[in-house]
Design a protein around this ligand. Structure first.
Ligand code: BGC
Length: 390
């Protein structure tokens, strides 16, 4: 009796150890990480599943009653994704998330707080107004840099300021983008310069094929990004660009979703793999590194959008390919999940200050909460429509 109960508790203990979350079993690197510019930072490193998204997903799982959907939803918590530092107030929590990263992983972070943010839309207007560039530098970028410097043993991939430079290329007719332009340019260059650290790999946001991929936008787009890179002193931590962030484009689709429309002839980059090819060539001509990471977080289902530029909570979307370095394209370093699926792109409440009419279109999911906040129903749709399925 006594023997068997000892055996029982021993076996329970062994099971408990084996069942412990993988994050506890794997150790951090024991020495400083150096990512060479010639190296694919994702090679041999898995994108870390950060605890912020894990917590959001676990809360969502608890609210699901259907057992099959619940089991699938639980698996999303283990998928690596990027942590968005979208306000100064998120910075104190950054280090706690960061230092859970093991040596076989890379931590993904999004730098997203430029003055006059989201100048061509309303849903993600930020906390800093134009004119507050010094606040951006000293209270946003500098503290992030200090945290990263204090954690040299952790590999980090950083996506730099989604939508900002692409908006300067295609939305320069808007007064909001005109007044934000000089601070976008100086702010991005400052971020690139300060984040130029051995353990960091940076990718500047380049919109997607349906944006800077238009034949007439390729060279101006590449020039705009390359200027920021050069103004930062051509930092060796810059590996290239991020595409399709929070986007819906397929990696490969022939013909592309909008290829056979009258305008299709003016855009060679009809899917993200063709965007890598054409924008990658333009970047190289403009004199900047041209590797890509591509957000596949929500691009499983095609044919949902009324127009290529529809960006808000597209109805019927599904989780796409899980983060991987296996892309089959030597310029594509990785497929990654940048936008945390389930977090809204913008509110559908037309009376809200940050209401953008794109979030009220027929192809946008309603109701949807403010940008960045959780939409349980939308999360459940992403699981049901996921390809590959969970
Ligand atoms: C929002 C941010 C949020 C990010 C990720 C953006 O659209 O403006 O607040 O952190 O999405 O969900």
């Amino acid at each position: 009796m006594r023997l068997s109960s000892t055996f029982l508790s021993l076996s329970t203990a062994i099971t408990a150890v084996l069942a412990a979350p993988s994050v506890n079993k794997r150790a951090a690197c024991s020495s400083a990480v150096t990512i060479a510019q010639s190296e694919n930072p994702f090679s041999g490193r898995t994108l870390h599943a950060n605890a912020k998204y894990r917590e959001e997903v676990e809360t969502a799982v608890a609210a699901i009653t259907d057992s099959s959907l619940k089991a699938k939803a639980a698996k999303v918590a283990d998928v690596g994704s990027f942590l968005w530092l979208d306000t100064i107030s998120t910075i104190p929590s950054f280090e706690g998330y960061l230092n859970q990263t093991s040596c076989e992983e890379i931590f993904g972070v999004v730098i997203y707080d430029l003055p006059g943010r989201d100048c061509a839309a309303k849903a993600s207007n930020g906390e800093l107004a134009t004119g507050q560039l010094s606040t951006y530098k000293t209270q946003y970028i500098d503290p992030i840099v200090s945290i990263i410097k204090a954690n040299p043993n952790i590999a980090i991939a950083a996506v730099i300021e989604p939508d900002s430079l692409p908006n300067l290329v295609t939305n320069s007719n808007l007064t909001t983008c005109q007044s934000a332009a000089s601070e976008y340019r100086e702010g991005v260059a400052y971020a690139l310069k300060q984040l130029n650290l051995p353990n960091v790999a940076m990718y500047i946001d380049a919109g997607h094929g349906g944006w800077l991929g238009w034949n007439d936008n390729l060279t101006p787009g590449a020039t705009e990004l390359a200027n920021a890179y050069k103004n930062a002193g051509s930092p060796s931590s810059v590996h290239g660009v991020a595409s399709n962030v929070a986007g819906w484009n397929a990696w490969i689709k022939n013909p592309g979703e909008f290829e056979n429309t009258p305008d299709g002839q003016y855009n060679k980059a009809q899917d993200e793999s063709r965007y890598v090819q054409y924008f990658g060539a333009a970047l190289s001509s403009a004199g900047m590194p041209n590797h890509f990471i591509i957000d596949t977080g929500r691009n499983a289902v095609q044919g949902l959008r009324l127009e290529w530029g529809d960006w808000c909570n597209v109805k019927g979307a599904g989780f796409g390919v899980r983060p991987t370095e296996t892309t089959g394209n030597s310029l594509a370093d990785a497929f990654v999940w940048v936008k945390p699926g389930g977090e809204s792109d913008g509110t559908s409440d037309s009376s809200a200050t940050r209401y953008d009419s794109f979030c009220g279109k027929d192809d946008a999911y309603k109701p949807s909460p403010e940008a960045g906040t959780w939409n349980q129903a939308y999360f459940e749709e992403l699981i049901k429509n996921a390809v590959p399925s969970f």
